[in-house]
Design a binder for this molecule. Sequence first.
Ligand code: HPA
Length: 271
Amino acid sequence: MNEVSEAVAVLRKKTKYVPEIGLILGSGLGDIAEDIAEADRIPYHLLPHFPEPTVRGHKGQFVVGMLEGATVMAMQGRYHHYEGYSLKQVAFPVTVMRALGIKKLIVTNAAGGVNTKFRPGDLMIITDHINMLGDSPLVGPNDENAGPRFPDMSAAYDPVLIDLAKRSAGSLGIGIREGTYLATSGPQYETPAEIRMMRILGADAVGMSTVPEVIAANHGGMKVLGISCITNLASGMLNKPLAHAEVIETANQVKEDFIQLVKKLIRDIEA
Ligand code: HPA
C-alpha cells in the first residue's frame, strides 16, 4: 500500500458515494459545498497523509454527495505552497481523487486581473496556465500507476469542457472572460514590475494556487476545467494597495453567479 491507496481506503470507509466529478473551491467560493445534498463531510485531518491546513477561514474538508444530479466530491479548502507544503502535498488530494475514479475536475480560485480589460468580479475560464512556482508536484520518482513520467500539457484545460462552460455561461446570461492563469508562490502580492512582466509573458490573471493540482490531474489523465474569480486588479493597476479582505469581499459578491455557473455546468456535463 502506498500513501494514496491508504487514503483511498479510509475515504471508501467514510463515504458510500462513488464520485464522478471533483471540485476544488477557491477562497471565498466554498459556499457551493453547502448545496451538496445528503453530503458526507470528511475533514482532511481524519485522512492519512493529508497535512493540516494552516489558513484561517479555509475549511479543510471533502464534501461528497449529490449536486445537480451528479455525484461530486468537493474540496472545501485546499493546500497552498505558501503555507509551507511541497507541491506534492498540495496536489495530493487530486491524486487521491483520481485514484477514487474521478475523471473530471473543476478547479476554482480567486485571482488578480493582469489583463487591462478585466474588472473585479469578472469570471474567467482558464484556457492555459504559466507555472512560475519554480517546481512541479511530479518531481521525484514517478508512480507509473498514477501516470506517465513526462505527461503532455498541451491541453491542460480540456477544450471540450471550456466550450461547454462558455455555453453554460452564455445560456445563463453570465458574462465570461477567457485567459491564461499564472501561478506564483506568494504569499506576498506582486510588485507592479512583476505584473508588467507577467502581462508581457501572456498572463491574464495571477494567483497562488491551482497549477499544482492541474499538473497532477493531467498526470492522471483527468479532464480539467478552471474558473478564476477576478477579485481585484493586480498590483500597480490602481493607485492603492492590495488587501486580502478585498479579495474575499469581491469573491463574496460574485459567488451567486459563480454557484449558478458551476451548477449549470454540472447539469450540462451530465446531459
Ligand atoms: N495576486 C496574487 N494572488 C491573488 C491576487 C493577486 O492580485 N488576487 C487574488 N489572489
